[in-house]
Design a protein around this ligand. Structure first.
Ligand code: FEO
Length: 401
């Protein structure tokens, strides 16, 4: 895509990635894609803010050349060292021999470790300003959003915040990079939430501290390094991130995430009965087959809803592995303090419920009830499952009042 002017002297020169299947080697982006947003800031001197992943370095350099000869760059700003933003560093260092790499103190050793780049870096401090002549770059440390070395860059003359991972989202950009041009905000909001829960959620405390710290800045444009650039409603993405980060410690919205797996259809039959019970109430309900749905898509529902129902058979005296794996992700992302229930079939031995409680123990879930049944569900056990779903939903609704 050609360079896009964000503000006078400030240009978006990002790269879309529609070929990587797994972001960070874990999270599916085959359908949504992702953008690596980079920006060029031109005063008397010229600075590049963030880069792209290594496998898109050539496309990134092409984008850059569209607007400037890399040899003319004075500064490269490293807001964050994760290689989705720095993979092109080695290539660029050769093409921009006079450019200084400005970064935080904690980023400097990482630049050496990842790219062997030493002698070209300069550490900037919290609040430090570097003049470009006509425009300035101001640096603010936001540790653990998303790594400990992370900072954001602010241009006071145009009130633009280059926030890197913060306020970012999955979703390649179809030529329209600004929020006011977006024709499918539901997609980008959904993909921003999925990105938040997949990538950032474990650092929700630092996210809230960063938002609080940046409150003193007058911001007209939030320009993250993934996803939409917010110039019409910059407050919208800040509000969304604030709410999502608060959910790490505050009560989630009333709703049920039903995660199940089934070997021969018996636990699935019970899942339908339990879901029917939940549906007797007005609560939102999202159902996921853990064997067929990547955790990336289940985690956002878990993050947003106050209740979780797990349906899984016993498998070799333990919890059905796809469900166990999914819960491992929930533990990693610290999805705490949910109200929870369980149902599942067992054959020659139980064991699923015991292992489920062991896995979820660090999450301090409040176990409401459990329904284990031997073999296939009977009409009576299906009625019990339906009643369990309804009682569980009613309890969630009651806890909201
Ligand atoms: Fe987009 Fe933490 O890197």
């Amino acid at each position: 895509m050609p360079a896009i002017e964000v503000r006078p002297g400030i240009y978006w020169i990002g790269v879309n990635d529609r070929t990587t299947d797994l972001f960070e080697g874990v999270w599916p982006i085959t359908e949504a894609g992702v953008s690596y947003n980079c920006y060029l800031v031109k005063g008397d001197k010229t600075a590049l803010i963030d880069m792209a992943a290594g496998h898109h370095a050539a496309a990134f350099v092409d984008q850059l050349r569209d607007i400037i000869d890399p040899a003319e760059l004075d500064y490269v700003i490293i807001n964050h060292m994760e290689p989705d933003h720095t993979g092109a560093a080695g290539l660029l260092a050769g093409l921009a021999p006079r450019a200084e790499f400005l970064l935080s103190a904690k980023a400097e050793p990482l630049m050496s470790a990842y790219y062997g780049l030493t002698g070209r870096t300069r550490v900037v401090g919290d609040g430090e300003t570097v003049s470009l002549g006509g425009l300035a770059l101001q640096f603010h440390m936001v540790p653990f959003v998303h790594w400990p070395e992370t900072m954001v860059t602010y241009v006071p003359e145009h009130r633009v915040l280059f926030s890197c991972d913060a306020f970012g989202g999955y979703g390649a950009l179809p030529g329209r990079v600004f929020d006011d041009q977006c024709v499918d905000m539901a997609f980008y909001t959904r993909e921003a939430l999925r990105y938040y829960v997949n990538i950032v959620a474990r650092f929700s405390g630092p996210v809230l501290r960063a938002i609080d710290k940046l409150k003193g800045l007058d911001i007209d444009v939030v320009a993250p390094s993934h996803g939409l650039v917010w110039r019409e409603h910059p407050e919208r993405i800040v509000e969304l991130y604030t709410r999502w980060a608060q959910l790490a410690t505050q009560p989630a919205d009333p709703g049920v995430t039903l995660i199940y797996g089934s070997m021969y259809g018996n636990t699935e039959r019970m899942m339908n009965a339990v879901a029917e019970g939940v549906s007797h109430t007005s609560l939102p309900l999202e159902i996921f087959d853990a064997a067929r749905t990547h955790a990336s898509y289940i985690l956002p529902a878990l993050w947003m809803h106050s209740g979780v129902i797990v349906g899984a058979p016993t498998y070799e005296v333990s919890l059905f592995p796809p469900v166990a794996e999914m819960l491992g992700y929930a533990v990693h992302k610290r999805i705490m303090n949910r109200k929870a229930a369980y149902f599942g079939s067992y054959g020659w031995s139980g064991g699923a419920l015991r292992e489920l409680k062991e896995i979820a123990e660090p999450l301090k879930w409040d176990w409401f009830d459990a329904l284990e049944f031997n073999g296939a569900p009977t009409r009576e056990t299906l009625r019990q499952g339906e009643a369990l779903g309804e009682r569980f939903a009613q309890a969630l609704l009651a806890s909201r009042e």
